[in-house]
Ligand binder design. Structure first.
Ligand code: NAD
Ligand code: TYD
Length: 350
């Protein structure tokens, strides 16, 4: 049985990936290594936790001794690395967590993998999951391609850029079988409600203001999370060593239009007269260093490995809203306690 380590598997994207792999590949044993920060939630994996080919390991990728011991004991065959601090606003208030987890944590995993795979790299893949935010900000036209120079503007994107450089350098220097993908914004079930879409769903539900940063004209390219998981599956199995693949939804929206679309669907699903929740839109102070536009050219992935998004935005968006409405207990659990404090700190000064 192949032993696959997935880091960050209790988070938003990681939980969808773990589920996909556990169910689709009974001959792989999936080890989910997660520190269970505020963003990690084992509730996300309740339906598969008893599968015989699944094991959860609680641990911190920043702890080099723990990581090297774990790799010595388990001798994983492959790694798909998602564990990260992932929220831009938190990186503005508290950059060091991002530097430790995203940079040092990735270096620890690379070093531990080297020590067990040395001289046999071609059989062992290290797949690093990254973001389009490393490329910086676009103007009103153009798209990010795999060779677009890195130009990160937030501590989050700078820390992800650093980890990408390390992964590439370990391929170039040591010959490790490393692959990177850079994906656009994901949406879907189980996303922590600090991010725009679940935050607005939660606030519409409770008739709270919808904080739109700046003019609301910033643009993001949205991809349904299960399509991202399928892209990771494709790249893990078919991607070439040393390559980078962009993943995107070809689905650009301004933030204000996304919020208005959410209001339309939520009002309908909640049985409120259309437009009721429009008055909740509240323009607030812009995010520092706010990137204007992200847009991914994912044609390499389609051309070379045959992946393209399968879920239309209208379908995915409706599914997402329905999931949060049907899982209000999940929302309540993750927004109680520490989240309240974060929310107050983040939004009262705006
Ligand atoms: P998330 O914040 O929902 O989950 C991150 C997970 O990592 C959590 O389960 C958390 O407990 C775990 N974690 C954090 N620090 C850790 C540590 N030190 N040791 C072990 N585990 C730790 O994030 P997400 O949105 O699912 O993103 C997953 C990955 O995908 C990240 O690498 C992110 O940069 C990348 N990505 C995200 C998006 C997006 O739109 N969310 C887009 C492109 C790329
Ligand atoms: P977010 O979901 O944090 O993802 P990212 O910053 O990684 O793109 O934010 C998406 C967009 O929405 C981004 O342009 C910032 C904006 N935004 C708001 O306008 N209000 C909010 O409360 C949040 C969290 C984000």
């Amino acid at each position: 049985m192949k032993k696959i380590l997935i880091t960050g598997g209790a988070g938003f994207i990681g939980s969808h990936l773990v589920r996909l792999f556990v169910k689709k590949y009974p001959t792989y044993h999936i080890y989910n290594l997660d520190k269970l920060t505020y963003a990690g939630n084992l509730e996300n994996l309740k339906d598969i936790e008893k599968y015989p080919n699944y094991t959860f390991i609680k641990g911190d990728i920043v702890d080099a001794k723990f990581i090297s011991q774990l790799f010595e004991n388990e001798k994983f065959d492959n790694i798909i690395h998602l564990a990260a601090e992932s929220h831009v606003d938190r990186s503005i208030y508290s950059p060091m967590d991002f530097i430790y987890t995203n940079i040092v944590g990735t270096a620890n995993l690379l070093n531990a993998a080297r020590s067990i795979w040395e001289n046999n790299y071609e059989e062992h893949r290290f797949y690093h999951i990254s973001t389009d935010e490393v490329y910086g900000s676009l103007g009103e036209t153009g798209h990010f391609i795999e060779t677009t120079p890195y130009s990160p503007h937030s501590p989050y994107s700078a820390s992800k850029a650093s980890s990408d450089h390390l992964v590439r350098a370990y391929h170039d220097t040591f010959g490790m079988n490393n692959v990177i993908s850079n994906c656009s914004n994901n949406y879907g079930p189980n996303q922590f409600p600090e991010k725009l879409i679940p935050l607005c769903i939660n606030n519409i539900l409770h008739n709270k203001p919808l904080p739109v940063y700046g003019t609301g004209k910033n643009v993001r390219d949205w991809l349904y999370v299960e399509d991202h998981a399928k892209a990771i599956d494709t790249i893990f199995h078919k991607g070439l060593s040393g390559q980078t693949y962009n993943i995107g939804g070809n689905n650009e929206w301004t933030n204000i239009d996304i919020v208005k679309k959410l209001i339309e669907i939520m009002d309908e699903e909640l049985g409120r007269p259309q437009g009721t929740s429009m008055s909740l839109i509240t323009y607030v102070k812009d995010r520092a260093g706010h990137d204007l536009r992200y847009a991914i050219d994912a044609s390499k992935l389609k051309r070379e490995l045959g992946w393209e998004p399968s879920i239309k935005f209208t379908e995915g968006f409706r599914l997402t809203v329905k999931w949060y409405l049907n899982n209000q207990e999940w929302l309540q659990n993750v927004t109680s306690g520490a989240y309240q404090k974060y929310y107050e700190q983040m939004y009262t000064n705006h």
